[in-house]
Design a protein around this ligand. Sequence first.
Ligand SMILES: CCCCCCC/C=C/C(=O)SCCNC(=O)CCNC(=O)[C@H](O)C(C)(C)COP(=O)(O)OP(=O)(O)OC[C@H]1O[C@@H](n2cnc3c(N)ncnc32)[C@H](O)[C@@H]1OP(=O)(O)O
Ligand SMILES: NC(=O)C1=CN([C@@H]2O[C@H](COP(=O)(O)OP(=O)(O)OC[C@H]3O[C@@H](n4cnc5c(N)ncnc54)[C@H](OP(=O)(O)O)[C@@H]3O)[C@@H](O)[C@H]2O)C=CC1
Length: 282
Amino acid sequence: MTKPMTIPNDADFANSPLPFSGDCFKGQLVLVSGGGSGIGKATAWCFARLGAHIIITGRTEQKLIDTVAALTSAGLSASYKIQDIRDYDGIAAMYADIFAEFGRLDILINNAGGQFPQSAIDFSKNGWDAVVSNNLNGSWYMMQHAARQWRDRKQQGSIVNIVAVVPRGMNGGAHTCAARAGVIHLSKTVAVEWAEYNIRVNCVAPGVIFSEGMRAYSPEALSEFDKSNPMKRFGTPWDIAQACVYLGGPSGSFITGEVLTLDGGGQLWGDLWMHGRPDYFR
Ligand SMILES: CCCCCCC/C=C/C(=O)SCCNC(=O)CCNC(=O)[C@H](O)C(C)(C)COP(=O)(O)OP(=O)(O)OC[C@H]1O[C@@H](n2cnc3c(N)ncnc32)[C@H](O)[C@@H]1OP(=O)(O)O
Ligand SMILES: NC(=O)C1=CN([C@@H]2O[C@H](COP(=O)(O)OP(=O)(O)OC[C@H]3O[C@@H](n4cnc5c(N)ncnc54)[C@H](OP(=O)(O)O)[C@@H]3O)[C@@H](O)[C@H]2O)C=CC1
């Protein structure tokens, strides 16, 4: 039978855990995919500074080594695993290793991903497949294998999927827009299906964030990115990191199936061309 609810009082509020105190994630394990650069790296730092042990993943070992070295040099707790998010069986084995070593995983920040900018009409079949596979399949493999571990061990879990701002499409990025829209609606669906397992699933949608990822764009396209929202500037990886902490941790405990957009208002005003603005739209 469900416990009857009581109205919280001053004593309850005095003792409720604060979401962003110095060590509020102490004893917790957070996995950040793509944690060797950009938004993932910032998110790893944010959680680690709040007391969590961080596992970062990615394909390029040197980036992971350097990031873990920086975190541990600062007295924080971190390790890494090399893992391509497109490798279904490899991901299952990675989670098995993590649970065998730590016995738990509290939060998955499903951040790894990316694309190349190109007009949709020019996509090759392989180009389309590569981006959809990276961003939709890869995100799903990471979510499903984590959720199976949590369900089987009767442990609660929280997933934050990093997506993109898709309501008005993404000019020059139709492949990633399709994949990210897929992740958003996948998240909304499993947020309901997995509520019985105490697994929350949310998304963070970054607008233009000035990270290493910006190297994938031409100077011409980049020169307009910071004018694509009413604040007329880029956001920072730290902006996104804090949103991940808010949604992924206890402060998000009654939030599931949600998309938190951090884009300086770009979904309301402005436009962005990932492959440069065509003359027709000048
Ligand atoms: C509305 C507001 C939205 C704001 C959006 C702001 C902009 C978003 C920014 C970011 O997301 S920053 C993060 C950027 N970081 C990355 O994108 C890095 C990750 N990307 C990759 O690792 C790769 O690009 C990939 C997408 C995973 C593809 O890697 P893969 O190793 O699978 O590809 P390949 O085997 O090299 O190629 C497969 C296929 O794709 C074609 N292709 C690859 N790059 C390009 C390109 N630059 N232009 C055109 N086509 C490309 C490649 O040619 C292959 O196709 P075929 O030649 O075989 O037909
Ligand atoms: N910066 C921005 O403006 C925006 C970014 N995003 C998304 O946010 C996320 C982080 O981007 P950002 O930090 O800016 O850019 P980065 O390119 O720095 O980050 C992407 C990370 O994902 C990893 N990665 C990519 N593909 C794979 C894969 N198949 N398997 C494992 N790891 C992979 C990369 O590491 P490695 O290559 O070593 O594997 C890299 O560390 C991405 O999903 C990006 O698309 C969304 C909207 C806007």
